[in-house]
Design a binder for this molecule. Structure first.
Ligand code: GRF
Length: 228
């Protein structure tokens, strides 16, 4: 049974970051809308002194750094992460540039309650250097994907994608901000869907939005159709 949160009773979200936190900022900005059905209960960074932590602190959101360098195995790292997450009682975990692969037991713990955003039109180009790979393949379009997290990297059931055209003069530096501009609109939208109880992960990796089974590529948006 999915809980429908409202602006009066907002969905507690914890955001995991490792860097600049521009997606975190887009989510923070959205929580400041009067109708926001979610709130950011805490931010955890796998790296100290990153801009994302400053963004959270500026918005008076509690933060914690859990540095990979302090843990010798993935299991001990994940254990510390789970302990930290549990304190904030999140209904949803949002990975936003979190540069660590999570182990199976943590991912299973939050099955159907953890999103990631990836800068490609999955299943194309999981992993790193997506802009370079799109250009090397001469793809006519590029974009970003929000998906539920499963143990396999960048492979979880897709909720939504937003696309942009690749121009012939593009290089990685020109593509990146266009894809990020899409991310900053798409992620808050999908987090709202979850908070409002509109989107859920069902048995067999099926994603339901408003009671309808989504296609494998999820809901599709482009630069024009992607409003807030
Ligand atoms: C984003 O491009 C996201 O797709 C990827 O990592 C980047 C994070 O950027 N997973 P930021 O820290 O949100 O600015």
């Amino acid at each position: 049974m999915t809980t429908a949160f409202t602006s009066q009773n907002p969905c507690p979200v914890v955001v995991l970051i490792s860097g600049s936190g521009s997606n975190l900022q887009a989510l923070i900005d959205d929580t400041q809308q009067p109708d926001a059905p979610f709130t950011i209960a805490g931010v955890i960074s796998s790296k100290p002194e990153v801009l994302g932590l400053e963004r959270a602190q500026k918005a008076h959101i509690p933060t914690q750094v859990i540095s990979a360098s302090n843990f010798s195995t993935r299991e001990t790292y994940d254990h510390a992460l789970l302990d930290a997450l549990t304190v904030w009682k999140p209904a949803l975990i949002v990975l936003a540039g979190f540069m660590r692969v999570l182990g199976n037991s943590l991912v299973e713990h939050y099955a159907g309650r953890m999103f990631n955003i990836h800068p490609s039109l999955l299943p194309k180009y999981p992993g790193l250097h997506t802009h370079e790979r799109v250009l090397a393949a001469s793809d006519p379009e590029h974009g970003c994907t929000v998906h539920f997290v499963i143990p396999e990297l960048d492979a979880g059931p897709i909720v939504a994608q937003a696309k942009c055209k690749v121009r012939k003069e593009d290089d990685p530096d020109s593509l990146k901000p266009r894809v990020q501009a899409l991310e900053h609109k798409l992620y808050p939208k999908v987090v709202r869907w979850f908070a409002e109880g509109r989107v859920s992960l069902q048995q067999g990796g099926v994603v339901l939005l408003d009671g309808t089974v989504l296609p494998k590529q999820g809901m599709q948006f482009d630069e024009d159709s992607l409003t807030r």
